[in-house]
Design a protein around this ligand. Sequence first.
Ligand code: CP
Length: 316
Amino acid sequence: MGQLSVNNLLGIKYIKKQDIDLIFDTADHFKEVLNRPIKKVPSLRDITIANLFFENSTRTKLSFELAEKRLSADVINFSSSSSSIKKGETLIDTVNNILAMKVDMIVIRHPNPGAALLLSKNVDSCIVNAGDGTNEHPTQALLDVYSLKERLGDLDGRKILIVGDILHSRVALSNIYALKLLNAKIKICSPLSLIPREIESLGLSVETNLDKALSWCDAVNVLRVQHERMEKSYFPNDREYSLLYGLDKKRINKLKKDILILHPGPINRGVEIKSDIVESNNSIILDQVENGVAVRMAIIYLLASKMNISKSHETV
Ligand code: CP
């Protein structure tokens, strides 16, 4: 088995195509494990992982915890609302105190872009970014792309559309980096007010008409409108957004072709996507969630092997 080129997973920006190939090959194996009657391997029974969530999460938090437990790691969970952060302790001090309890790996979600990078430079541990503000969400992008590959095969030349609130989305940036590494064609569709200026430097094609963009693509990743990150109004109201940028059955049926529909969750039903699409045969939203556990198992396993944290190197 090969090795990752990185010692931490801070963002897709820092990894190579070979890393993605290795993560996906390893995830294939763990996906097979997860379909066995006993969904657990002893690979990481000698390591302890701390999941530090400074921001709300359902999917990512539970998926990491399950991935770690399926690998037989010991797991501790930390929530900022009940911690000494409230008493003024710094992030680095908090993490160094957790590491003093002989913890081997840190998974962190934090509202500040760069929080995972900051930790990687200031603490002596392996760091996995579970989403840092509007910067990156690398494990989400890897599970999205893994789910796309499972249905479409090689993504070289495949047309992937990303629709929605690009400005506030860490999922968009990580997906763009991952899809570029795999040579997919990428288009962005959103109101211009929700497209960051830096998108031009990534050389991406932008289309503001959703129907035109959908007729171009093989798959569409629909992003949530992140009301909680909006300090001002970026479009008149949700009804107008839904009419111009929301996916529903009527819009998809007009295409006269099948496209795959992804959404990282949580979903705003009736805003960026309607229930008739969430529950349609085109939707692979729950496949994404299922694949997330196998992909995260692969990432944790490969980082532990690279960093020589784990003494047992069998995926079994
Ligand atoms: N996709 C995602 O990050 O969901 P959560 O915020 O529930 O973890």
